[in-house]
Design a protein around this ligand. Structure first.
Ligand SMILES: CC(C)=CCC/C(C)=C/CC/C(C)=C/COP(=O)(O)OP(=O)(O)O
Ligand SMILES: [Zn+2]
Length: 451
């Protein structure tokens, strides 16, 4: 059993001092540099990163015979990193990746970790996001949507959550990966959504963050997954957002980076998992305001029965049009219902202005990513660790979140002062619900709205 967040404090104290010492030493060396050298140190090493990423992609080719179970992930991490850097891959490589992912697609739907492997929700999410990142009709239509839907439905569990694979574990990650791909592919319906909200609510802990499963510890990775899922199913008002905010604002360390959970070490990948939570919350101003200051009228409204069970039905608004998803109260009162357009949620969400300010110190996080996580070609967890594609993807995703964190509109150019280092550091903006580059999301949304 995991130690509780509080009792773990002394166990990691020594490690904590070691990391702080190393990071602060790096910052001190940086501060002592002349201004020109400081700017150079803060530069995103685009060419080196592209070189590292392209090499990784080439290794996935036919001669790459290593049997491992996460090759769609490697495709996504690399392709998304390249897209964040504003680059694209050559046509031949694009074809190769599509063909390779087709071979990972199971005849009964979903994607396995490699050709011939059983389908798994995590690799399905990775494959779908990789294909969306590539873009174009050939890539999009390589995904068998009907079969994918059957696979997702087969993974649905009696608790409302999803299993990662046949006979696999049920957790918040499975809920997110299933709902994310269903939403972006326009196959999300009530059958898939049924009771997912209740499952996620049961994972929000006393700390305010969300755990992987009921009774476990709140963690940044699962908090991102749980929050994004609740938004995609139109039930985010059923989470306790003020306590979630209280939790996430304390996860940024003095080093500038984020930790994943209480009393653990900072790590570059949480720049996205926790930074992404902030990016989502910034567009939830109306729900946050409502939970902080519920008015009498709203208290009587069916939509604000926040802690009751979450069985999605829809509720008629005052003007007689369908405007909100509501839920059966604990007493089981039936409320007028009408369908929710799940497909439009992702698009509407990103068109909404980010009215709340970022919940973290954006410059400090950019400093951690650029000075402590960035190495020659690639990014890492922290000083002393090796670079890898996972950390490269999530450090760059987190860096993009930072750069646009003060922009009200998702794709408006940030003011120069919001981008640490030279302005050439500016990355592409992402859609924070799916973690794909925003323009690739728009293209996919347009394509799947027609099918
Ligand atoms: C879409 C998708 C598949 C999302 C996955 C989300 C994610 C990153 C979950 C975190 C899993 C976890 C408990 C890591 C703790 O590892 P650790 O104990 O090594 O790290 P820590 O000390 O930083 O907690
Ligand atoms: Zn990490």
């Amino acid at each position: 059993m995991e130690p509780s967040p509080a009792s773990r404090a002394t166990a990691t104290q020594h490690e904590q001092w070691m990391v702080e010492g190393q990071v602060f030493e790096m910052y001190k060396v940086f501060m002592d540099l002349p201004p020109n050298s400081q700017t150079a140190k803060l530069e995103v090493q685009r060419e080196k990163h592209i070189e590292y990423l392209s090499k990784g992609l080439r290794q996935l080719g036919p001669s790459f015979v290593v049997l491992d179970a996460n090759r769609p992930w490697i495709c996504y991490w690399i392709l998304h990193s390249i897209a964040l850097l504003g680059e694209s891959v050559e046509a031949e490589m694009e074809e190769n990746v599509i063909d390779f992912l087709c071979r990972c697609q199971h005849p009964d739907g979903g994607y396995g970790g490699g050709p011939g492997q059983l389908p798994h929700l995590a690799t399905t999410y990775a494959a779908v996001n990789a294909l969306i990142t590539l873009g174009g009709p050939r890539s999009f239509s390589s995904i068998h949507r009907g079969k994918l839907y059957s696979f997702l439905l087969r993974m649905k569990h009696a608790s409302g959550g999803f299993r990662m694979h046949d006979g696999g574990e049920v957790d918040v990650r499975a809920c997110y990966t299933a709902i994310s791909v269903a939403s972006i592919m326009n196959i999300l319906d009530y059958e898939l959504v049924q009771n997912v909200g209740n499952y996620i609510i049961s994972c929000q802990t006393y700390e305010g963050g969300i755990a992987g499963e009921p009774g476990s510890e709140a963690h940044g990775g699962y908090t991102f997954c749980g929050l994004a899922t609740m938004i995609l199913i139109n039930e985010v008002n059923h989470l306790d957002l003020p306590s979630l905010i209280d939790w996430v604002v304390f996860r940024q360390g003095a080093e500038g980076g984020f930790q994943g959970r209480t009393n653990k070490l900072v790590d570059g990948c949480y720049s996205f998992w926790q930074g992404g939570v902030s990016a989502l919350i910034q567009r939830l101003h109306s729900v946050v305001d409502e939970q902080l200051m519920p008015s009498d009228a709203e208290e009587e409204d069916c939509s604000t029965d926040t802690r009751s069970s979450s069985t999605p039905v829809s509720c008629e608004g005052e003007q007689g049009h369908v405007d909100e998803t509501c839920h059966l109260s604990q007493e089981g009162q039936q409320i007028a219902c009408a369908p929710v357009n799940f497909f439009s949620i992702g698009l509407d969400f990103i068109r909404e202005h980010a009215k709340l300010e970022p919940l973290f110190h954006s410059m400090a996080l950019q400093q951690y990513i650029l000075l402590c996580s960035q190495v020659e070609g690639g990014f890492r967890d922290k000083p002393g660790k090796h670079k890898d594609y996972y950390h490269t993807c999530y450090c760059l995703s987190g860096l993009s979140v930072c750069q646009y964190s003060w922009s009200k509109m998702a794709d408006s150019q940030p003011l120069p002062g919001m981008v640490l280092g030279p302005h050439s550091n500016l990355l592409q903006p992402i859609h924070p619900l799916f973690n794909v580059v925003l323009e690739r999301f728009y293209e996919a949304h347009e394509f799947f709205s027609r099918t």
